[in-house]
Design a protein around this ligand. Structure first.
Ligand code: DAO
Ligand code: DAO
Length: 286
């Protein structure tokens, strides 16, 4: 198995018997890497293109360590200097490094689902983005001075993206080819329903229904579909499918319940959450 030797990293050495097979431990790591400049323990990704062709040195440097599957700690790069996109080597899905101008990619994960108690299917790959400006404005003062090991032990920091009114987008890219709206709805009632109950108590049927009623029967979500779940300022959850708005709901509880799937206590992909924390710390130390 692979060991990390980053100068600093939240990532633990892979557990040989991961609780969920979805974690990035199954991704093809190849080597232990020590990068003085700092590189994120960003699982199974490689950059494909770069937005700054006028700077061949930077581009080469990026290609050098991105090709091996790492993403730079963003702290060393401005939004303009980040690679244009990042490919998840597990699914082959590509994620833009920046969405909507200021939302920066902080981690990539995989949602798997066990069907009939038998096999796991890969349902979608997802990218987690947070608004750079909000992050700096709302978190730098409090966390910018802390070292990575201090942040690692900081309980509040663990949930900071969940709890703070920062623009966050989770982009889902469907990889499973046979998703029906019915199965989406029932998976959703299970995963999000559990969270609504956890955070809000029992009486949340109405909220859940308000959300699922956005998913009309005629919507098709074939392989390759892109669903963006965005928390906008004021705790508005906005959903788009392939760029088309399907609805917005103002609810702190709903926002938290959705984001909890990805960056909460029991995320679909633990490594993705660790990467988010690490990359966020890097942004905060700019
Ligand atoms: O076809 O029997 C089957 C399995 C379907 C699994 C569906 C999982 C849905 C997960 C939610 C997807 C949200 C876009
Ligand atoms: O993976 O269990 C899960 C929950 C995923 C939440 C995704 C909800 C958005 C689904 C939009 C489908 C549109 C028909």
């Amino acid at each position: 198995m692979v060991s990390f030797r980053f100068p600093f990293s939240f990532s633990q050495p892979p557990n040989p018997t991961p609780a969920t097979p979805s974690s990035a431990t199954s991704r093809p790591f190849t080597a232990a890497v020590t990068l003085a400049a700092g590189a994120a323990a960003f699982a199974g990704v490689a950059a494909v293109t770069h937005t700054n062709p006028t700077n061949p040195f930077l581009q080469n440097a990026l290609n050098f360590f991105l090709a091996d599957r790492s993403l730079p700690l963003w702290g060393s790069l401005s939004l303009n200097d980040t690679p244009a996109s990042v490919v998840d080597s597990k699914t082959g899905v590509s994620f833009p490094s920046v969405l909507d101008g200021t939302r920066r990619l902080l981690g990539i994960g995989l949602r798997r689902k066990r069907v009939l108690g038998l096999k796991n299917i890969d349902v979608y790959a997802y990218g987690i983005y947070a608004d750079d400006i909000d992050v700096k404005k709302l978190l730098s003062k409090k966390y910018g001075k802390l070292s990575l090991s201090e942040l690692k032990q900081n309980k509040e920091y663990n949930d900071v993206l969940l709890e703070t009114d920062i623009g966050v987008t989770v982009r889902l890219q469907i990889v499973y080819g046979k998703l029906s709206i019915g199965s989406v709805r029932s998976a959703f009632e299970e995963s999000v329903g559990t969270r609504l109950q956890k955070f809000g108590g029992s009486d949340n049927q109405e909220l859940l229904q308000r959300f699922t009623s956005q998913f009309k029967d005629e919507i098709k979500i074939p392989r390759g579909s892109i669903i963006d779940l965005s928390r906008e300022p004021g705790y508005v959850l906005r959903t788009t499918i392939d760029g088309n708005d399907v609805g917005s709901i103002q609810s702190k509880l709903l926002c938290k319940s959705i984001l909890d799937l990805y960056i909460g206590e029991e995320p679909f992909d633990k490594q993705a959450k660790e990467d988010v924390k690490l990359n966020l710390a890097s942004v905060l130390q700019e």
